[in-house]
Design a protein around this ligand. Structure first.
Ligand code: SF4
Ligand code: SF4
Length: 474
């Protein structure tokens, strides 16, 4: 039996199976323990987070009135930490060559139905121009694991290409990277290439299931995969993004594992994950989500989002276009701080969208609206779509970023940056209707900048943006 130890750098000790099982038993035994749930809620109201055990009790809570309190608190914390801003991003698939055997992903090595594609640097240029023309400033790079077709040099060259493209007023200002677990040396190279966040989904924290779901390829190695964030930190990447693929294993297990992973990063490196993603398994070529019997319904999904928000208030939460408009709308106010829009999940899909019957998407997109439609929808609901990428460009990463968050000071940057980047979007890419609504929102939100001096600077910069100048930031 492996001893649970959040400070260990051994996967089976910081994600201890026994500790998760004990946590689930504790949560289940206390699911109607009003006194304990009240105590946990009181602690959560201090906005300093919860342990995985405490959060697991909230997730299991069977008392309807207390569940309403959990949702209410999640909304309040979301508002306190993130206001009404939602950061926008898009995925960019570079290559679907992959030597792994992940049974839930159409890019698994044995799938012969889909055409394998790898973008050339010129094709990347074209994709990025298409993304810039939509208005995107922040990308998440995605690629399968294949040392021959997608070596680290290819990823590094692609990042350089992406940052180098300045088309009209467009620019990709932050490239987050989602590639397979790799070496400290490669993480160092990614850091030097100027990436934003390194994202790697655990898929499942349940080791036995993990090994079955990843029967072949380097990803089969649970320990190497689970310890990837430690190597990333060692390589100097201090913003990492975690996530699980809900539907593969029992959601309570994944939830506890995810929070234990966050606790481990905090305990060892002094900084928890920058973001947590909450994907649910989706249909794709060769993949039928119905064969995975741990799927979760929308109500459970909303509860998970609310409980993550309450447990780790400082960690951004991401939702992709896997989820429908209705589902995204429901969880936005419960804690989501970043969403994708206008996404294509196939290689080369922005320049050359595939007909549905020939799809090679990594997953079926549920929210198929354009970026402008998503922006318009957000504004209509009173959210500020933000294209801000300021923090890592200003050196606000890792513990520096977290200490600003914890002191409640990051707000002073986020709102002005959101307004200025939204204005850029409206001037350069928006439809008439979006532009009109967005201008009204900016005018109204200016009053919410508390410091007069900052407000004045933002007003001046907004005027500069109208004159054609770009890329102001705090
Ligand atoms: S999830 Fe990633 S590693 Fe697994 S088959 Fe798909 S692309 Fe490859
Ligand atoms: S200022 Fe920093 S935390 Fe705020 S939206 Fe911009 S990048 Fe994110």
């Amino acid at each position: 039996m492996m001893m649970y130890n959040p400070k260990s750098t051994c996967a089976e000790e910081f994600i201890s199976h026994e500790e998760i099982m004990d946590t689930l038993a504790y949560a289940s035994a206390n699911s109607a323990n009003r006194e304990l749930i009240d105590q946990i809620l009181a602690k959560a109201r201090e906005r300093k987070g919860l342990s995985h055990r405490e959060a697991a009790v909230l997730l299991d809570c069977q008392l309807e009135d207390k569940n309403q309190e959990i949702f209410q608190l999640a909304q309040e914390i979301k508002k306190d930490f993130y206001g009404n801003r939602i950061v926008m991003f898009a995925p960019l698939y570079l290559s679907n060559y992959c030597i792994n055997g992940c049974v839930y992903c159409p890019y698994h090595a044995k799938n012969k139905h889909i055409p394998r594609k790898k973008l050339t640097q010129e094709e990347i240029r074209q994709e990025v121009i298409a993304l810039q023309d939509m208005g995107h400033k922040r990308l998440a790079l995605e690629t399968g694991e294949d040392p021959t077709n997608n070596p680290i040099e290819y990823v590094l060259e692609s990042i350089k290409t992406i940052y180098g493209i300045k088309h009209k007023n467009g620019a990709i200002r932050r490239v987050n990277v989602n590639i397979a677990a790799t070496t400290v040396e490669n993480y160092r190279k990614l850091k030097e290439a100027g990436i934003g966040t390194y994202i790697l989904f655990q898929e499942t924290y349940h080791k036995e299931s993990y090994e079955k779901l990843h029967p072949t390829g380097p990803k089969h190695d649970y320990r190497y995969h689970t310890e990837a964030m430690d190597r990333a930190m060692e390589g100097g990447i201090d913003d990492v993004g975690c996530g699980v693929l809900f539907g593969l294993e029992l959601y309570r297990y994944e939830f506890a594992g995810l929070l234990m992973h966050a606790e481990h990063l905090e305990a060892v490196y002094g900084v928890g994950p920058h973001t947590i993603s909450v994907p649910r398994i989706r249909r794709a070529d060769d993949i039928d989500p119905d064969v995975f019997d741990n799927g979760i319904d929308d109500d459970t999904f909303a509860k998970i989002v609310a409980c993550i928000r309450v447990a780790v208030p400082y960690t951004g939460m991401i939702i992709s276009t896997r989820e429908s408009k209705t589902c995204r709308e429901r969880v936005l106010h419960l804690g989501i701080s970043q969403i994708s829009g206008g996404s294509r999940t196939s290689v080369g899909g922005y320049v050359d969208p595939e007909p549905e019957e020939e799809s090679s998407e990594q997953f079926e997109v549920s929210d198929k609206r354009s970026l402008d439609e998503v922006v318009n929808w957000l504004i209509g609901m009173g959210y500020i779509p933000s294209f801000c990428t300021a923090c890592y460009r200003e050196g606000r990463t890792g513990d520096r970023f977290m200490s600003l968050c914890k002191a409640g000071q990051i707000h002073n940057c986020c709102l002005p940056n959101a307004l200025m980047t939204l204005k850029e979007y409206l001037m350069d890419y928006a439809s008439e209707d979006t532009k009109e609504k967005g201008m009204g929102l900016i005018k109204q939100e200016l009053d919410n900048i508390p410091k007069e001096k900052v407000r004045k600077i933002v007003e001046e910069r907004l005027t500069e943006i109208e004159k054609g100048n770009r890329d102001f930031r705090f």
